[in-house]
Design a protein around this ligand. Structure first.
Ligand SMILES: C[S@@+](CC[C@H](N)C(=O)[O-])C[C@H]1O[C@@H](n2cnc3c(N)ncnc32)[C@H](O)[C@@H]1O
Length: 444
């Protein structure tokens, strides 16, 4: 198998052809001749596969069912955004015009080695995407304890470990991961097994970081970190793609499953319990406040009416109810997303966890330690923004008091003056990342 590495700057010629740099060309020619496959991604990159690699991807698609809407859509997305291309004798390929237009490529192209494939980007989009990745660089500033409060698939934990390794800081460091989801813990432990005792996972909410006497709870020094306090903490809030894609978890508003939406199976309260037991006022509160859904009252009434006849059990039943208040398919999807988000937040007490953490994270960090939080909706971001403002600014009290000294001095400084809006989630083409906002502060 070929491994493509490095980055080259090339230009499209007037006939729309792109010369593949000699070092990549050699690999492409040597393995599979000249037939290649291109795929346009949602994050505005174009991927180029060798035939053998492409066949591997196709094999995975073949097992998807044409009778399940979501699986059928995935196949359609894949095939409608891919094209067979050929490398000509001069080592050039013709990139389809619609790919170039959709990916904002006019003349200049960045050709990036992406392991078993090549990726093409416009210079602007690549830079935006890399900004996001390099933000994690901002968290790793030296040896110490790093905490990934929302492990998920361990992307951030691995990013931290890799950077520590690259900078020869691993020896005096350790990464602790937290997640409420058992699947996330098992997956991450497996993924990061190669790091030995430099990574440890805890099946708990990240709010536990501030709720326990810190050293005793996690026996931080056991693994030889240089300090008991944290050098960096990252929270990537909300739901993981794994949770959305695992249908039986009942998070997805596409397809059908029992309404569940619990991060942790230890939580006895499911989305089904919520929908069937909350009072009118409670439901209004959740759908209005956590979903910011304009038709909150009508949807609540429909839920109450429906459940009086028969218990609401599945995601599809709930989705149909929401759909009935909207005409256009796009609007229906957006409304489903808002209502499902609202219920998920309530089932998992997501805002309570965030508030609890924000109230008392200060002591967990060492001097110069950094906190990075990625949020996905305005409710979370508002809490983060307010708290970060509080700890990074002076408080002089009401003007009428004419204080000569501030009542409180800043204990943190802002590393990101404005939130960073990622262009793409680590080149994965994840639509969810569109609403992501990253804020970072550093302890003084
Ligand atoms: C967006 S995902 C994290 C993705 C992760 N950064 C990665 O690289 O794959 C959010 C994760 O946070 C977890 N989570 C949500 N609230 C939590 C909490 N209060 N404590 C711990 N984990 C939480 C979810 O179960 C989910 O796995």
């Amino acid at each position: 198998m070929s491994v493509f590495t490095g980055l080259e700057n090339y230009s499209i010629d007037e006939k729309g052809r792109l010369m593949i740099p000699a070092k990549f060309r050699k690999e492409l020619e040597s393995e599979e001749g000249v037939v290649l496959y291109m795929m346009k991604m949602q994050d505005k990159s174009i991927l180029l596969y060798q035939k053998k690699e492409w066949e591997e991807v196709e094999k995975e698609l073949k097992v998807l069912s044409d009778f399940k809407k979501e699986e059928r859509n995935l196949k359609m997305f894949f095939y409608s955004n891919s094209e067979k291309v050929e490398l000509d004798r001069q080592g050039r390929i013709m990139i389809p015009k619609r790919f170039l237009e959709d990916c904002g490529i006019t003349k200049d192209v960045r050709i990036v080695g992406a392991g078993n494939k090549l990726a093409f980007w416009s210079p602007q989009n690549l830079e935006a995407s890399m900004t996001e990745i390099s933000q994690m660089d901002n968290l790793v500033t030296g040896e110490g304890v790093y905490i990934d409060g929302t492990l998920g698939g361990a992307g951030h934990s691995e990013g931290i470990l890799l950077r520590l390794k690259e900078r020869k800081l691993l020896e005096g460091s350790v990464v602790y991961g937290f997640d409420k989801d058992e699947d996330a813990i098992n997956y991450s432990v497996n993924r990061l097994a190669g790091y030995g005792d430099k990574f440890r996972a805890f099946h708990r909410g990240y709010e536990a970081i501030v709720g326990y006497p810190y050293e005793t709870a996690f026996r931080i020094n056991e693994v030889g970190a240089s300090s008991v306090r944290a050098k960096g903490i990252v929270l990537d809030l909300g739901i993981s793609s794994h949770q959305i894609n695992e249908k039986q978890r009942g998070f997805s508003f596409l397809g059908d499953a029992l309404l569940d939406m619990r991060f942790s199976k230890e939580n006895p309260f499911t989305a089904r319990d919520l929908v069937n037991s909350y009072s009118m006022d409670e439901l209004v509160e959740v759908i209005k406040n956590y979903g910011e859904e304009p038709k909150f009252r009508a949807i609540t009434k429909a839920i109450i009416k429906q459940r009086a006849k028969k218990e609401i059990r599945t995601t599809a039943e709930l989705a149909r109810m929401v759909d009935s208040f909207y005409g256009n398919p796009r609007e229906k999807m957006k409304a489903r997303a808002r209502v499902f988000q609202a219920i998920r937040i309530e089932v998992n007490h997501e805002l309570d966890a965030l508030r609890c953490f924000l109230d008392s994270f200060e002591d967990v960090l060492e001097a110069k330690g950094r906190l990075a939080i990625i949020s996905y909706h305005s409710l979370e971001d508002r809490l983060v923004k307010q708290r970060f403002k509080h700890v990074t600014t002076e408080d002089w009290g009401p003007k009428t008091l004419m204080n000569t000294e501030p009542l409180r001095v800043p204990t943190f400084q802002a590393i990101t003056k404005k939130p960073i809006y990622p262009a793409a989630e680590e080149i994965k083409g994840n639509a969810r990342s569109r609403s992501a906002r990253l804020r970072i502060i550093e302890k003084i």
